[in-house]
Design a binder for this molecule. Structure first.
Ligand code: KG4
Ligand code: ZN
Length: 335
């Protein structure tokens, strides 16, 4: 079974050909980071225009030098939700165009489901497990009971963790995306500034990052001669502390010994380091995909799409993208 997968929910245009038996045939990805960097964040209209400009050349690149004929795909997988609506519209229209022309079924995928299943591209995880999805748009904890069966445990009440990285980077004049650059600078600095860890002691599994971002803003206003590496390091320690503490609380509350950590922020070197230490100390199994699979890509959409197709789930041709269908609900649609 072979799928063409399409991902355009945010600022990465990504396509992939994936064989359910042999794995990835080829994948291509074009990041728009340079386009958005001067603005310190993703500009939705620019993102949609870039997807429109790049999808067809990327499809040509995907097929170039392969003996693969697009007619041989069995179905088209695509990100339906959540994401920037203008960007989703471009990808969904493209997926429909290919499916209609070739007479193949359309398989809708939830972007967060894609992120969760990014780990399965490397290793199968036994159910049930706890998933921390930590990206530019989300910071959520889910209990994953089976494919398509997700229980929301908690999430951010304001900014997502990746968003706070991007906003802090913008304050420090470091461009977009902020995560990779802060990650790198933090390793060269000392966590010498005391920053708050909002909600770290709350009994629930919710998060809050906006107070931390404000505290960084106040810090750089007050401290005239700060070292950017030290601010980066202090900020990163706070984010990692919060993410680790809530993930451990989720394992504790559910009694589950398997933690999956996915999404762009799971590429963070310090988060990986601390979680690995904790998994050894507390004897739970930790699954984090390769950093290339942490950030947005079409491979994860192909994997989740294939699982959906195997279960007979396809979408009608008049399906429309939605900016935000909750994952729990999506799992129940078309089932
Ligand atoms: O999953 P993703 O590619 O897109 C969304 O679905 O949002 O995540 C992008 C986010 C951005 O906020 C980016 O700054 C953050 O992931 N990110 C990181 C790192 N690499 C990417 N955050 C912290 N450390 C990193 N190494
Ligand atoms: Zn994502």
């Amino acid at each position: 079974m072979i799928t063409l997968a399409v991902e355009t929910s945010c600022d990465e245009t990504a396509l992939c050909l994936y064989d359910s038996k042999k794995g990835p045939i080829r994948d291509v990805l074009l990041s728009q980071a340079k386009v958005h960097s001067p603005f310190g964040g993703v500009v939705p209209e620019l993102s949609a225009r870039e997807h429109t400009r790049n999808l067809l050349p990327l499809l040509e690149l995907l097929l170039k030098d392969t003996s693969f004929d697009l007619k041989d795909i069995d179905f088209v997988s695509f990100t339906l939700t959540p994401g920037l609506i203008l960007s989703l519209v471009v990808g969904v229209s493209f997926a429909k165009g290919v499916a209609f022309t070739l007479g193949k079924p359309l398989v809708p995928v939830h972007h967060l489901e894609g992120h969760i299943y990014s780990v399965f591209l490397e290793k199968t995880v036994e159910y049930p497990f706890v998933a921390l999805i930590v990206s530019g748009g989300h910071t959520d904890l889910f209990l994953v009971e089976d494919f398509g069966r997700y229980r929301f445990l908690g999430g951010t009440l304001d900014d997502a963790a990746g968003e706070s990285y991007d906003k802090v980077a913008k304050m420090l004049g470091l461009g977009y995306p902020g995560g990779p650059v802060i990650d790198k600078l933090a390793r060269e600095g000392e966590p010498k500034y005391e920053l708050p860890r909002p909600m770290i002691f709350s009994e629930d599994l919710n998060f809050s990052f906006s107070g931390l971002k404000t505290a960084v803003m106040n810090l750089i206003r007050k401290e005239k001669n700060f070292k950017v590496e030290d601010v980066a390091s202090s900020f990163q320690e706070a984010v990692v502390d919060i993410l680790v503490s809530k993930s451990l609380k989720a394992l504790d509350k559910t009694g589950i010994k398997r933690l999956v950590v996915v999404g762009g922020v799971s590429a963070n070197s310090r988060l990986r380091e601390v979680l690995k230490e904790k998994s050894e100390e507390l004897s739970f199994k930790l699954y984090i995909p390769h950093p290339r699979l942490s950030t947005d890509n079409a491979l994860m959409i192909a994997y989740a799409g294939t699982e959906r197709f195997k279960r007979g789930i396809t979408a009608p041709m008049d399906i429309n993208p939605e900016p935000n269908i909750p994952l729990e609900e999506f799992g129940k649609l078309w089932s």
